[in-house]
Design a protein around this ligand. Structure first.
Ligand code: ACM
Length: 692
């Protein structure tokens, strides 16, 4: 029987996400729960460190002053060198912590390490109890540990971004990538082209404040100007910048509109915009997008075709590559390096350009093999509402064969089976080829310099941002920071739960309370809370595409443009307030496994859970779209109890339970699959049945 691992009351060094590179406990006694920490500084000191120390004590007021004088111990901080005005790629983020009964010593080569060390100390102390004597030697696996937020489809006010930065710091993420422009919105307040900015839009002061706020916490802010596709919003302001008549758009999906590289105004305008971005964002990098450029406008335009002839550009790929080459040169002139989505790969792409891989398991090696450094985002899209462990399995540096295998088997995961056919559609991305540069056959292979989780915001707004991000992102933060060794999935979820507690204190973010508020706003009454706790949104692009477009995509047909959502659809339904992955369902899955393994305590708890489900109101405790799901969960409750009591044979319950697990509208009942697996384990001769 698998032993149930409880979340221990005592803080354990193994609770942390991300886990440190090297942690050794002992010898001797640890830090007493009441020990007050008295800062002692040696080496360098700065306002940034003073502010970080102040935040640490605000999070842990009980440590600032001990109630018992004799319990005071030093918190010795030794910082060998200050960092620059803002963090840079490759900065030294290593630190060491030594903890004993007589105090804490935190040392680091640079300020950034001290910031991380204070965060680690927070995680160790926040749960109370004795902190064992230990020594931690820690530092990141990757220097680029990012989070991309699409602030174009749904605007995220600066207050949403600063609280995101607080949470990022807690999990040692260090790049906030802002996707500032897209078809539905342009959120950068250009002063040379003021018509571009669409309401709502950031002010320059807000963005400067955000950069400073993030820099104080060791986080870079990377701006993205997505060109030449995804630019409908630009063309509303400057229709002449395209090669055909732009249409106003609120719909999602790839648009035909794109900038016209043959227009002599375009590159100077981009140069001006890059210059403005450089004034606001001091980061060494600028992101120039480059994804999903629809070829139709270019191939249909006589002017563009003439331009291609004049410049010896054989096709639209060459035209895009030439455009990228020129934008890159302009950025370099401004002292910036460039990063773009993996569609920018082309033999003409300057080698200095970093490629952000997103189109599946093979995009990374296409970049590396052609000499480009890579930031990996494939399989790290949080808007797909995948479970945390699914993202966690994909290591940014895993051999390609492993990534391909993981991707190929995603559809066998029962939690994702309902979108297996849709996900299989993405395998066509494996057929993308990039010619080798003929002039430089022995180009040095690129490196994986980091990874970024991405949150595209078609179905996320500022209200729903936190629950969409943080129930899974701490797991990815570990993937990006910690050594590659796998940790088991139960252990991951145990630590994820601990992390959500830390998030409450460290970033004032109580995801359970936020979700509850959103559910109430959507009309869900308390009586249906047990239902909402085990519901999840359908996965992948199920919600965004809707049934019709999904069927067309699976069949390889042109997708209809009509979709369930556009940029004006309110995101205020129950589905918007749910955790993308039900942590309650995960715990019930463990109960089912332990019940199957003849654990009587688990069986009793499963029964109690099933009683709750059976007793739910069948309808009327929330929106009518949930009536069917309530009916299914009540049925599940009844079946579980009947099977436990021996009134119903497990095998005869299986079909109804499997049917309950089918998507209903945009919802999934996340407990149907674990219950069906428990029932399946009970089939066979009575003597072979494990459970009680
Ligand atoms: C992307 O997801 N279009 C980069």
């Amino acid at each position: 029987m698998e032993r149930h691992r409880r979340v221990t009351a005592e803080p354990s060094p193994n609770d942390m996400l991300p886990s440190p590179r090297n942690l050794q406990t002992g010898p001797g006694a640890g830090l007493a729960p009441a020990a007050g920490l008295v800062p002692e500084i040696s080496g360098c000191w700065s306002p940034r460190l003073a502010a970080a120390l102040e935040r640490f004590f605000v999070m842990m007021p009980g440590r600032r002053m001990s109630a018992v004088d004799s319990a005071r111990v030093p918190l010795h901080i030794d910082c060998a060198a200050l960092g620059g005005a803002v963090p840079q790629l490759g900065a030294d983020e290593n630190y060491r912590i030594e903890i004993s009964a007589v105090g804490v010593r935190l040392s680091a080569a640079e300020e950034w390490g001290v910031l991380h060390g204070l965060t680690t100390l927070f995680h160790l102390l926040v749960r109370g109890g004795v902190v064992p004597a230990m020594r931690i030697d820690d530092g990141p696996r990757f220097s680029w540990r990012g989070l991309m937020i699409d602030v174009a489809r749904h605007f995220m006010p600066v207050s949403a971004l600063t609280r995101t930065v607080d949470a990022m710091a807690l999990f040692k993420l260090n790049v906030l990538h802002l996707h500032l422009t897209d078809d539905q919105g342009f959120r950068f307040p250009s002063w040379s082209f003021p018509r571009l900015a669409q309401d709502p839009c950031y002010t320059r002061e807000e963005l400067e404040m955000l950069v400073a706020y993030a820099g104080q916490r060791g986080i870079r802010v990377l701006p993205e100007l997505d060109v030449p596709g995804h630019t409908c919003s630009w063309l509303q302001a400057y229709p002449g910048w395209g090669s055909a008549d732009p249409q106003p758009t609120r719909r999602f999906g790839v648009h035909r509109e794109c900038l016209d590289p043959s227009n002599p105004e375009i590159l100077p305008a981009i140069e001006t915009l890059l210059g403005e971005l450089a004034e606001v964002f001091p980061d060494e990098f600028v992101h120039f997008g480059g994804d999903e450029v629809h070829p139709e406008w270019w191939t249909a335009s006589e002017r563009v075709r003439a331009y291609m002839d004049d410049h010896g550009l054989a096709d639209v790929d060459e035209l895009h590559a030439e455009f990228n080459r020129r934008v890159t040169a302009m950025a370099l002139d401004l002292g910036k390096r460039v990063i773009g989505w993996d569609e920018v790969l082309h033999p003409r792409l300057p080698p200095s350009v970093v490629v952000q891989s997103w189109r599946g398991a093979t995009a990374r090696n296409r970049a590396l093999d052609t000499g480009h450094d890579c930031v990996v985002s494939a399989n790290y899209y949080l808007d797909l509402c995948f479970p945390a462990d699914v993202h966690y399995r994909f290591d940014p540096e895993a051999p390609e064969s492993e990534l391909v295998h993981l991707e190929d088997t995603l559809g066998q995961d029962p939690r994702l089976a309902h979108v297996a056919a849709g996900m299989a559609w993405t395998r066509q991305w494996r057929d993308v080829t990039v010619a080798q540069k003929s002039a430089e056959p022995e180009t040095a292979r690129g490196s994986v310099i980091g990874a970024e989780a991405c949150l595209w915001s078609e179905l996320v707004d500022a209200e729903t941002l936190d629950v969409r991000l943080w129930t899974r992102l701490p797991a990815l933060a570990e993937r990006f920071w910690s050594p590659s060794a796998r940790r088991n999935e139960d252990d991951l979820y145990r630590r994820l739960n601990v992390s959500l507690e830390a998030l409450k204190v460290g970033a004032d973010m109580d995801l359970f309370a936020i979700s509850r508020r959103l559910l109430r706003r959507a009309g869900l009454q308390v009586a249906w809370d047990p239902l909402a706790a085990v519901l999840e949104p359908v996965k992948w692009y199920g919600r965004l595409l809707g049934e019709e477009a999904m069927a067309a995509r699976i069949a390889g047909r042109e997708m209809p443009q009509s979709r369930p959502y556009d940029a004006d659809t309110p995101l205020n339904r129950v589905v918007d307030g749910l955790f993308p992955e039900s942590l309650a369902a995960r715990q019930i899955a463990r109960l089912c496994e332990r019940t199957a393994a003849a654990d009587p305590t688990a069986a009793a708890r499963l029964r109690a859970q099933a009683e709750t489900w059976r007793g739910l109101p069948g309808n009327g405790a929330g929106p009518a779209e949930l009536d069917e799901l309530a009916r299914r969960l009540k049925l599940l409750g009844t079946l579980v109890i009947d099977v436990l009591d021996g009134r119903v044979a497990p095998e005869s319950a299986v079909p109804a339970v499997l049917a309950a697990g089918q998507p209903h509208g945009e919802y999934l009942l996340a407990v149907a699959d674990p219950v069906s697996r428990w029932l399946a384990s009970r089939q066979g001769p009575a003597g072979a049945r494990g459970d009680v």
